[in-house]
Design a protein around this ligand. Structure first.
Ligand code: FA5
Length: 337
């Protein structure tokens, strides 16, 4: 045991790395190590009881000496090892976090809200699931009216519908705020549509109403012109033609010359024109449903095709991209935050 102990001390004195000390530990205390072997190589049957006891004690002392000496040697080696330099490169570019981006429809809606608020309009939001009354009846579209076929939609129980147009919010607004009132209500609409490059079953409109004394078509056209020049910030060509909607009289269709093909005609617009903003003077019957006296007040209403406006503004040729949920598409339009 004395020999083994001396040899161990010598070995440890010569070890200069933690790895070397580990090898020494295996050599002495491992399964086949010299200290372990001491017990195996001893024929205990030849020893007296006292000798066995004394041998056992000494062997235990040697083991604990070896364990402590090895631990101390490891510590010494670690302390002597050169300090690791920091592995952080402070000049390396940071990790980019994907923060997300705004959808082109959201950006267009936010921009419209901003512009209209600047002109003194309130921004209101109506329910997407609507009563038949607000979606049709209050807008002069009775049950058997052909206009209902033009806006076929998804019906729910209890005569509720997925609203086909944001016009559903017109009479809600008139009833709630009375006259005078100036408000827009952007939002999602739903129709049972054959989907193509310019028609979706789920799309956005931005409705607006202005009711006051002496409101005329001239006011309507002035507001529409201002909106278009603010949104596009360049000259765009529009045309105004008569349009029929049971809730306005007279009614107009304001079309935008397609900005994708310059009016030549393309798969998105067909004939070079995009139907963008139907509008007109609010029908007296609608004012009455809103609790407003048509002899005292008049007003105009418009329903901007917000999704199509976004397509024109951002040069999107197919409406189906907008609901695709494809981030590669969405991220092209949003500013970096
Ligand atoms: C209406 O929805 C009327 N409520 C608009 C209105 C408001 C008229 C106030 C008068 C006064 P229309 O069905 O034409 O009208 O739709 C209005 C606009 O929404 C269209 O010009 C078009 O730009 C857009 N739009 C309509 N259907 C779809 C569709 N399936 N996909 C994408 N955009 C659509």
């Amino acid at each position: 045991m004395e020999k083994v102990r001396k040899q161990l001390e010598q070995d440890l004195a010569g070890a200069t790395s933690a790895e070397a000390v580990e090898q020494i530990r295996v050599n002495y205390l491992g399964r086949k190590g010299s200290i372990t072997n001491l017990a195996k190589a001893t024929d205990f049957s030849k020893l007296t009881a006292d000798e066995k006891k004394s041998f056992g004690q000494k062997l235990n002392e040697l083991k604990s000496f070896a364990t402590q000496a090895i631990a101390a040697a490891v510590e010494k080696c670690q302390a002597a090892a050169p300090k690791r330099t920091a592995s952080i490169d402070l000049t390396a570019p940071g990790l980019a976090h994907r923060l997300g981006s705004l959808h082109p429809i959201t950006m267009t809606q936010m921009e419209l809200e901003d512009i209209f608020q600047g002109m003194g309009f309130s921004v209101l939001y109506g329910p997407e699931i609507e009563s038949e009354y607000f979606c049709f009846e209050a807008l002069n579209i009775p049950d058997d009216h052909p206009a209902r076929d033009m806006q076929d939609t998804f019906w729910l129980k209890n005569h509720l519908v997925m609203r086909t147009h944001t016009s559903a919010n017109q009479v809600r607004t008139l009833q709630r705020f009375g006259a005078p009132v100036k408000a827009i209500f952007p939002g999602r609409c739903f129709r049972y549509e054959a989907v193509d490059p310019s028609h979706e079953n789920t799309f956005y409109q931005c409705e607006g109403v202005v009711v006051d004394r002496g409101i005329s078509v001239a006011n309507l056209i002035a507001v529409m012109k201002t909106i278009l020049s603010e949104v596009f910030r360049r000259d765009v060509t529009v045309r105004l033609r008569p349009g029929f909607f049971p809730f306005v009289e007279p009614g107009f269709e304001l079309d935008l010359q397609c900005l994708l093909c310059g009016g030549k005609g393309c798969p998105t617009c067909g004939d070079g024109w995009i139907e963008l903003i139907p509008c007109g003077l609010i029908h007296p019957e609608v004012l009455r449903h809103g609790g407003i006296d048509p002899k005292e007040y008049s007003g105009f209403a418009f329903g901007i095709g917000l999704t199509r406006l976004a397509m024109m503004k951002y040069g999107i040729r197919d409406i189906r991209f907008l609901n695709s949920g494809d981030l590669r598409f969405n991220e092209q339009f949003s500013p970096v935050f």
